[in-house]
Design a protein around this ligand. Structure first.
Ligand SMILES: [Ca+2]
Ligand SMILES: [Ca+2]
Ligand SMILES: [Ca+2]
Length: 489
């Protein structure tokens, strides 16, 4: 097939998608499987690759996409996997993208290597191998794509980061002194490389989708964006930009951590600065709590000793004696705190997973439970949480299952229609709750110790992360609250 015959075929609607720079057909095969496509047209400059793709059974034309024009809206979608970076410069890449996006009725799909965070990596003596290849003259960053999309009026797109690299042991992280065109790290050739645990997310590549058809249903768009994730897998981390949804504002809840072995609290203020405080008994497995325990409007910190069911509540976030010490319920439970009655005071609660019993106290003084109920099936590994899930001013309990990333939130009564469950977050996370966007409604998130990342969602529903914060709290349990509050009791 030559280019003229291909263009005639495109005009007649014979192809479902165009695969730019199809190579020997691997990317074409990926798209066929991923998007359920029935027919493809590959465009490839390299004659040997063209022959290989044809041998593999794919219709391919030998053509230079820089100098090729195809009819408007002649295919369902256009793909460019690991391709645009090979074109001679950003301007030409974007010109090709603009021209071929016009051929697509529904969407464009771009897979692009990560050229992000080069300055940071350089500052620690490292580099992503492919950011220094002669074969990559067009190293656009995500912000370049976003600027281009804005210029094109493409307001609906999704950016899915792939393959997070946690530290410098990844074999395509190379020392900055390694020569150009190095593919993978080889100690014998490149010498030693520093071991660095990255303090921010470093990804290897991005899948970028642009929604070109405003008539496409949200479900259809979602199916495309989530197409490469296992159906049952937690959906993260992903960035979906839509004209209907403004970008996430600054974080309205502070993050922190408590290390039970040292009883050191790490409290991070709104400006990103961190202070520490020592409070609690070190090495005894105490569990941290955060809340306004006296209702004066200032956040306090507290600890719970699961061995004898004691609470030690402090009305300020610093070292000192407990302002309130009390025993409640029986040993072995998981503590939470919440404003259960809307009084403005955070009071205690203990969850006993063996019988799935919750015991709630409406004041922080001694006495029996004011509320006692069952919520969730008895299951050892589930973790107790609490938050104001509906913005009513009263908190309700919930459970998180770290094994499958499932969340169970209690509605206004037992077994009522407001009980919700959904899946969010990668496995191995620790649950956190906070009002991240400041709209008065608490929502969930996970801290992933392995990566030092906080993966947060602004609504209590299935879906992508709204924010990803890199803040490593080694050996600590994650906390959330108002830690910009430096009130002393
Ligand atoms: Ca207080
Ligand atoms: Ca509520
Ligand atoms: Ca919120």
């Amino acid at each position: 097939m030559d280019i003229q015959r291909a263009i005639d075929g495109l005009s007649r609607g014979e192809f479902e998608f165009i695969d730019l720079g199809c190579g020997t057909g691997g990317s074409t095969d990926h798209c066929i499987r991923r998007f359920g496509a029935k027919s493809s047209l590959g465009l490839e400059l390299d004659a040997k690759d063209v022959a290989g793709a044809r041998q593999a059974g794919y219709p391919v034309v030998e053509a230079d996409v820089v100098a090729t024009t195809v009819p408007d809206r002649c295919v369902r979608f256009v793909s460019a996997m690991d391709f645009l970076e090979h074109l001679p410069g950003d301007a030409i890449s974007f010109d090709v993208l603009e021209r071929f996006a016009r051929a697509a009725r529904d969407f464009a799909f771009i897979r692009h290597p990560s050229f992000e965070e080069s300055e940071y990596l350089e500052s620690v003596g490292l580099r992503l191998a492919w950011t220094d290849w002669t074969g990559h003259p067009a190293m656009m960053r995500i912000e370049d794509f976003e600027r281009f999309f804005e210029r094109m009026g493409w307001t609906e797109y999704a950016i899915v980061p792939r393959l997070l690299i946690a530290d410098s042991s990844f074999d395509q992280i190379i020392p900055i002194t390694a020569p150009r065109d190095t593919v993978t790290y080889d100690e014998a050739v490149h010498g030693p490389k520093p071991f660095v645990r990255f303090d921010r997310p470093i990804y290897t590549q991005f899948d970028i989708f642009v929604r070109l058809n405003p008539e496409m249903t949200d479900d259809a768009w979602r199916a495309i964006v989530f197409s490469d994730l296992y159906e049952s897998s937690p959906q993260w981390p992903i960035r979906i930009v839509s004209s209907r949804k403004p970008p996430a504002g600054p974080l309205a809840t502070d993050l922190g951590g408590y290390d039970p072995s040292t009883s050191i609290w790490r409290l991070r203020g709104r400006d990103g600065s961190e202070r520490t405080a020592k409070y609690g008994a070190e090495g005894r497995g105490w569990l941290p709590l955060v809340g306004d325990f006296d209702g004066d409007g200032h956040e306090g910190i507290g600890a719970y000793d699961p061995a004898d069911a004691s609470f030690f509540l402090r009305n300020s976030q610093d070292a000192g004696l407990a302002d309130v010490t009390l025993s409640f319920s029986s040993p072995g439970g998981q503590p939470t705190t919440g404003d259960w009655t809307g009084s403005g005071i955070s009071t205690i609660c203990v969850y006993h997973s063996d019988a799935s019993r919750w015991k709630v106290r409406h004041s922080n003084g001694p006495g029996p439970a004011d509320e006692e109920f069952q919520f969730g099936p008895p299951q050892e590994n589930r973790l107790a949480i609490a938050g104001d899930w509906n913005g009513s001013g009263r908190d309700k309990v919930g459970l998180y299952d770290p094994a499958d990333g499932a969340w169970y939130l209690r509605g206004e009564g037992s077994f009522d229609s407001e009980d919700t469950s959904f899946v969010f977050g990668p496995p191995g996370g620790l649950p956190v709750v906070g009002d991240w966007d400041g709209d008065g409604i608490d929502s969930i998130g996970v801290y992933v110790p392995e990566w030092g990342l906080w993966i947060l969602r602004d609504t209590n529903t299935n879906g992508p992360a709204d924010r990803i914060v890199a803040y490593r709290i080694d050996n600590s349990r994650p906390l959330c609250g108002n830690f910009s509050d430096t009130h002393r009791s």
